[in-house]
Design a protein around this ligand. Structure first.
Ligand code: ATP
Ligand code: MG
Length: 725
């Protein structure tokens, strides 16, 4: 039974129980927005709504899982099983798979990641004979992505004089042609990119009113967290689905930090214009942080001109002042942070799980990781999706993708000659040309190369035939084997296993492939627990992998410090927060010189960072930082001066004499029981960086082995910190 009075304040209760009008909860950090959504779902379930009538959109899938877990604690196990909850992308991928036939796709369409998309663009640029230095794939993809997130299709793009003028000024006036061709190639490959998941959903609902109505009727209530970071496409889809206004969105304009990805703060500001009779609830009491932290955060955000005024306050203890610490170098900064953590843990008994280290850019993590390893402090890192970007992992996944969708050109190109089977680049070029001439996928061109005009000799045709048989065999096996067995079969039969076994230097690659198997097994198990499905499908697994966000990785929860970017920390909270790299040009990033709007976005990001802290916040900066291949002299961040001086600990300035530290890191996913190489020793499914070579690229000097050896022995238990000096 829900006891709202005990758990929520009056404004929060109002937000939970108001269901007969569109509702906008606009509130400061830590004021209980996510808590309101959680209780609201529980309230709806207690008041006659069926789980499948509720659509709950969160910023990460992990947040959705946590919300459901909490709801089950409140009203009973199993009650959330059929709620439609997850990110916009994962929910809409699910809808698109169900309705794929209506938009010319198969239910098994592939979701291209950024690398796939850029590779397609690279090919188009070549095909069109354009200069690849001007038409850089990342640059063009970002134009296409922006267009898609604004629901601008290629023809409208070409007809938009403002866009055309802007592109001409940037010397990329052919972008509209690339955009058009890009969509054609994706469609041919039965593939969508991330932005398509939104764009296609919008088009599906726009062009098939019966389908739109089906979902609008099904979802009797829609809830959206972090609404300030939705883009135009998401906003419009929400409007398509909630014409009657059975919707509650929550957000904080002061925490809008994704405008670079097309998020539009205007969506939240104009919500009440879009939905008639919107009720607005403001929450101003921060339940998360100490008075000092809330005051400091308020003083930071007060420097932004564009914002809705809020009087956020805390009734918690006054708390510690914020420390600002300068270091000589980035290495020393990392060492200082690790020493502080050691002290907090040993002296104040702060749990490692209650500590997070934040940074503006992923590259900053390397020095910090090194220092933590030196002190044997276990950590987890939420950074990019490096595990799934590794070559050996991408190779296996490409085979799996081909099983589900053989028209997936990018996957086929990747493995047609890996492991080497004598189908070289000339052959691939001929097949590619044939596919292009016939407007079909590479797979189709491979089936009938001669008829399609690819002039291949008998030997090559034979080799191609063997490859096609291999894929057909995999497709057959997938029908009968479970996903772990099917993947094992692929790794052994494709020749990948042999290839990795014959290479002495492939130990870490073998480990990674074993870890991939473990992650698939883990996925299947979770799926069984969460939705009661007997067996998870490969297609579901691939969708999940392609839509992973930084913080989605599963973790066994053992005591570890968390490392992540400020962006990834959105919505999360920790007792102790370190914000590192508080330097001009890093935080705020250099982009802030471009405009005051950019500076305001950086400041909102800083506000997000500080408001993650419940009790303690430590800001660090260094005078010399190794960046872009050289050591740069740094100035402190101007944001440091913006914090109300009364909130700062004046005595906290520390400068130590750093020692030389080399860096080396990699991520891994671990459990040993699914090994086909027998390489893993770790016993749990956890993300940690432990062994191997650099994942961040660049040349890394060899490091002394002592730290690594110690880490290998100790891995992930709290006892490691006993040795902290
Ligand atoms: P953010 O803006 O960072 O997303 P938020 O507004 O979503 O924050 P929550 O994460 O929901 O805030 O709440 C912050 C913390 O305060 C959580 O630990 C939550 O459980 C707690 N909290 C919120 N409201 C109450 C309340 N009425 N009583 C006790 N604790 C509360
Ligand atoms: Mg929240």
């Amino acid at each position: 039974m829900l006891e709202l009075e005990k758990e929520l304040n009056a404004s929060q209760i109002k937000a939970v129980t108001l269901t007969d009008a569109p509702l906008l909860v606009i509130a400061g950090a830590g004021s209980g927005k996510t808590r309101v959504l959680t209780y609201k779902v529980a309230y709806l379930l207690e008041n006659g709504y069926k789980p499948w009538e509720i659509l709950s959109l969160t910023f990460t899938n992990k947040a959705a899982r946590e919300m459901n877990r909490r709801i089950e604690q409140l009203i009973g196990e199993g009650r959330t099983r059929h709620i439609w909850s997850g990110t916009f992308h994962s929910i809409f991928a699910r809808i698109l798979r169900q309705e794929a036939a209506n938009i010319g796709y198969s239910p098994n369409f592939t979701i291209y990641d950024t690398t796939d998309s850029q590779s397609v663009i690279r090919r188009i640029v070549k095909e069109m004979g354009l200069d690849d230095k001007t038409y850089k794939p990342a640059r063009i993809l970002s134009c296409i992505s922006e267009a898609k997130s604004r629901l601008v299709l290629p023809d409208a793009y070409a007809a938009d004089t403002a866009i055309m003028r802007r592109n001409a000024a940037r010397n990329i006036s052919e972008t509209h042609r690339i955009y058009k061709r890009y969509n054609e190639l994706l469609q041919q490959s039965d593939a969508m990119d991330f932005d398509d998941l939104l764009l296609m959903t919008f088009l599906l609902f726009r062009d098939h009113d019966d389908i739109r109505r089906k979902y609008a009727d099904r979802f009797r209530y829609i809830l959206v967290d972090e609404y300030q970071d939705t883009n135009y496409a998401q906003h419009r889809i929400v409007m398509q689905l909630a014409p009657g206004g059975c919707i509650c969105v929550v957000g904080d304009d002061a925490q809008s930090i994704y405008s670079f990805r097309g998020a539009n703060i205007g969506n939240i500001l104009s919500f009440s214009d879009q939905f008639k009779d919107t009720k607005i609830v403001k929450l101003e009491r921060n339940y998360r942080s100490t008075k000092n932290i809330v005051r400091a955060a308020n003083s930071i955000i007060a420097h932004n001109k564009r914002q809705i005024h809020k009087d956020v306050f805390s009734e918690e203890a006054e708390g510690e002042k914020i420390k600002v610490i300068s270091a000589y170098s980035d290495k020393e900064e990392a060492i200082i942070v690790s020493k502080f953590i050691g002290n907090y843990h040993l002296r104040d008994h702060t749990e490692l799980n209650d500590i997070a280290i934040l940074y503006r850019t992923n590259a900053q993590s390397r020095a910090i990781e090194e220092a933590l390893r030196d002190k044997n402090i276990p950590y987890r890192i939420y950074s990019g999706l490096s595990f799934y970007q590794r070559k050996e992992i991408k190779d296996v996944i490409a085979y799996l993708r081909l099983i589900i969708n053989p028209h997936d050109d990018e996957a086929l190109r990747r493995v047609i000659n890996y492991p080497a089977r004598g189908i070289g680049s000339t052959t691939l070029g001929k097949l590619q040309q044939a596919a292009s001439d016939n407007g079909c996928s590479l797979w189709e061109a491979c089936q009938h190369p001669t008829e399609m005009g690819a002039d291949l000799n008998k030997g090559t045709l034979g080799k191609l035939g063997i490859f096609l048989q291999l894929i057909d065999d995999f497709r057959e096996k997938e029908k009968t084997l479970d996903i772990v067995e099917a993947t094992k079969y692929v790794v052994t039969t494709s020749g990948i296993q042999n290839d990795l076994l014959t290479d002495d230097d492939s130990e870490s690659k073998r480990q990674n492939v074993d870890e991939l198997l473990a992650s698939i097994a883990h996925f299947a198990e979770e799926r069984r627990e969460m939705s009661g499905e007997e067996s998870a499908s490969l297609s579901q697994y691939l969708t999940e992998v392609s839509l992973l966000t930084d913080t989605d990785k599963t973790d066994d929860g053992s005591p570890k410090v968390t490392l992540m970017t400020v962006h990834a920390a959105k919505g999360l909270e920790y007792d102790t927060i370190f914000i590192t790299g508080m330097e001009e040009g890093l935080f705020p990033s250099e982009s802030h010189f471009a405009s005051s709007a950019e500076l305001e976005e950086e400041r909102r990001l800083f506000y997000v960072a500080v408001t993650r802290a419940k009790k303690r916040c430590i800001l660090t900066w260094c005078k010399n930082r190794f960046r872009y291949g050289k050591t740069e002299i740094c100035d402190p961040s101007p944001f440091l001066d913006e914090i109300d001086a009364s909130c700062l600990d004046k005595s906290s300035k520390t400068e130590g004499a750093g020692k030389n530290v080399f860096m080396n890191s990699t991520g891994s996913y671990g459990t040993g029981s699914f090994s086909i190489f027998g390489t893993r020793s770790s016993k749990s499914n956890n993300w940690h960086r432990a062994t191997g070579s650099s994942s961040s690229g660049g040349t890394v000097p060899p490091r002394s082995t002592t730290g690594l050896q110690r880490l290998r022995k100790s891995d992930d238990t709290a006892r490691n910190v006993d040795s902290i000096s």
